[in-house]
Design a protein. Structure first.
Length: 277
């Protein structure tokens, strides 16, 4: 009989945020797979837990993932932890969970700390609908392209960013999004926890005078003007919509693809309507 993978959230700063259930699980499993064993051993020592540790991270997820799956098939129970927060959010935890599902191995997700949820609730920005982007690409060109792709997103946007790339990202956001409300959150649950709530232009000016420190979570207001744009195109029939996109600079092929996707139609159906365009 196969074992079970337990996905265990760990504190993002304050050790008091760990749950009794997570502590019990870490004490009972056969093996703990950690993003950084050096970091996790400090957590285990604090709670006087002694269990075998193995590394599982972005750079060894393929080879170590196979090893973990085989151990689970042999009946071992394994706890998966990241350095902080919920494994599987912007880390390779999602890969091992997927592999378990594909191999009919039970997965149990334990509730616990998650940084982006805390940042969202504390932002003062709409929490009803949100889109989690995680880390944008490190390369400026690709980052700029992604910002362009999501600029019309109506939902509140959540982005992770490192301190040494924060200034560049804020300027690209201002260029792509315009000036919107933003909440910059850092050191959550720690002694120097900080929320900086302003607009993007204000944030750019603030960090011209203050050095960014610590990992950041950016919570950004969604596009409030996109509703008018969508209402305008919704009034067009399929042919008019394709022509509208072509006139806006899109190729005919991409315009057909876009309209078909948005209106849940087969591309051939849309194509037949615009043969003469």
């Amino acid at each position: 009989m196969s074992g079970k993978l337990y996905v265990c959230p760990t504190p993002i700063g304050n050790l008091e945020d760990i749950t009794y259930r997570t502590l019990r699980t870490l004490k009972e499993v056969d093996l703990i797979a950690a993003e950084d064993t050096r970091h996790t051993v400090k957590l285990l020592n604090h709670f006087e837990i002694s269990k075998p540790l193995t590394s599982y991270h972005e750079h060894n997820k393929n080879s170590k993932g196979y090893v973990l799956i085989e151990a689970l098939k042999e009946g071992k129970n394994i706890a998966l932890v990241s350095d902080a927060g919920m494994p599987g959010i912007s880390d390779p935890g999602e890969d091992i969970v997927r592999e378990c599902i594909e191999n009919s191995i039970d997965v149990e997700i334990l509730p616990g700390a998650s940084a982006f949820v805390i940042a969202l609730v504390g932002s003062g920005i709409d929490t009803r609908r949100f889109t989690f982007e995680g880390f944008l690409d490190r390369e400026k060109k690709k980052k700029k392209k992604r910002i362009e792709e999501i600029k019309n997103e109506k939902n509140t946007l959540i982005i992770y960013e490192s301190p040494h790339r924060l200034k560049e990202t804020l300027k690209l956001l201002r260029e792509g999004f315009g000036n919107r409300k933003i909440s910059l959150c850092r050191e959550l649950t720690k002694k120097h926890e900080e929320y900086i709530r302003m607009d993007i232009e204000g944030a750019i000016k603030y960090y011209e005078e203050n050095d960014p420190r610590g990992e950041y979570i950016l919570v950004i207001e969604g596009n409030k003007n996109v509703e008018e744009i969508l209402d305008e195109t919704d009034k067009l029939d399929d042919r008019e919509y394709v022509k509208y996109l072509i006139d806006s600079g899109m190729s005919k092929k991409d315009a057909i693809k876009s309209v078909a996707k948005k209106r849940a139609l087969k591309r051939d159906v849309v194509y037949q309507q615009v043969l003469d365009l």
